[in-house]
Write a protein that binds this ligand. Structure first.
Ligand code: TRP
Ligand code: SF4
Length: 366
């Protein structure tokens, strides 16, 4: 629906129809599946930590909720603004990756943030009503000031990151947001911004609730925190040979120097990965074999490699297929964006109307 059509209605009639997520069962909204919203910053390729920390849940949540998933390129730009073409490239890769792992356009809406410009308009509406103090108090901002100054990213975009995030959610009337512990403060701020916006303009956008999902902690290959800068991550679509090399060179229980030394799986990063990927039988085989020195570390790692390889290879193939057909990928991306835009335009038009911006304006259809 175009915006001008709605804008002819008298003020106040287009009040948000949605039942607030805070009433009743948040999993249902007027008999429909509740809306869930989430996204990932486009900052590079995904690793196995992203899969267990978010993507795996997204795939499962698709059946229960009406899901909106965003490739957040504007959020990527808050830190990578010097290399916009990288951000654009990462966005496409991320989009292909999400589809390859099972984000399904028949169930969910998958879009690229900057292709749905309504996010930015709602962001600005929110920016005006967000007191500076609210942002100054955000822990992730306070704690990163020095790093931000050093990396030349002590900028307004990064400062206002949570305001854009609030707009991302509200533009789709998201009621639930699956979050990790590091995002709880941002989500709380989103709720406050939306609450204040609703109160000021008598709008009823849902105040999003966190959907706390269980996620296993995935350490890096060397047992430290998984991080790009440590080079200790497993990429979700790394080539098979690279994957093998990374696994075969993982550090093991330091007590197990020689083949005949017995080891303790609890002290070995390889075992942490077995628990994520291997069957109960294999875990038993590793535990017993390690403790009795019946198996060598390379047997153990080969077994792990086989499991990971068979786990990632179907998605890796699908992703490669999308990337080998750029026209197909572009078409799928545009379709996802269009679907998102229809909803985003509805919300934005309701907000403008309710705020009293009643004059129609030229807006092309999504
Ligand atoms: N901040 C999220 C991240 O670090 C990305 C994100 C942007 C997001 N907007 C969002 C997540 C809205 C959930 C809802 O990856
Ligand atoms: Fe680690 Fe496996 Fe070697 Fe035991 S056998 S030390 S679990 S790699």
């Amino acid at each position: 629906m175009g915006l001008s059509e709605k804008a002819n209605q008298p003020l106040g009639t287009a009040l948000v129809e949605i039942d607030s997520a805070n009433k009743g069962n948040p999993e249902k909204n007027n008999g429909q599946k509740a809306r869930m919203m989430s996204g990932m910053r486009a900052t590079g390729e995904l690793h196995i930590g992203h899969y267990f920390g978010a993507l795996k849940n997204w795939i499962e949540l698709q059946d229960k909720y009406q899901c909106y998933f965003g490739v957040m390129d504007w959020h990527g730009m808050t830190t990578a603004y010097k290399t916009p073409s990288d951000v654009s490239q990462w966005s496409k890769l991320l989009y292909a990756e999400f589809m390859a792992w099972g984000i399904d356009s028949n169930k969910s809406t998958l879009f690229i943030q900057s292709h749905v410009p309504e996010h930015i308009e709602l962001f600005l509406m929110f920016a005006n009503i967000t007191p500076m103090g609210w942002l100054e108090r955000v822990p992730s901002w306070k704690d990163s000031i020095e790093e931000a100054q050093q990396s030349d990213t002590h900028n307004l975009g990064r400062f206002s990151y949570p305001v854009l995030q609030a707009a991302d959610i509200a533009i789709y009337k998201g009621m639930l947001v699956p979050v990790g512990a590091d995002q709880v403060a941002h989500l709380e701020l989103s709720r406050e911004i939306i609450r204040r916006f609703n109160k000021l303009y008598k709008i009823k956008l849902p105040e999003p609730k966190p959907l706390l999902t269980e996620t296993p902690l995935v350490p890096g290959l060397d047992g430290r925190k998984m991080s790009k800068s440590y080079g200790n991550f497993l990429g979700l679509s790394e080539p098979s040979e690279q994957l093998r090399k990374k696994i075969m060179t993982m550090p093991t229980d330091p007590q197990r120097v020689r083949r005949e030394d017995v080891g303790d799986p609890q002290k070995c990063p390889v075992f942490v990965y077995h628990k994520l990927f291997s069957t109960q039988d294999d875990i038993k085989w590793v535990t017993e074999g390690c403790q009795s020195a019946k198996i060598g570390c390379s047997d153990c790692k080969t077994c792990l490699f086989d499991q990971i390889e068979s786990f990632v290879s179907p998605a890796r193939l699908k992703k490669a297929h999308y990337l080998s057909e750029p026209n197909l990928l572009d078409r799928l991306i545009s379709e996802g964006n269009e679907k998102a835009r229809v909803e985003a335009q509805k919300t934005l038009s309701e907000c403008r109307l309710q705020m009293g911006f009643t004059h129609s304006r030229e807006v092309t259809k999504a």
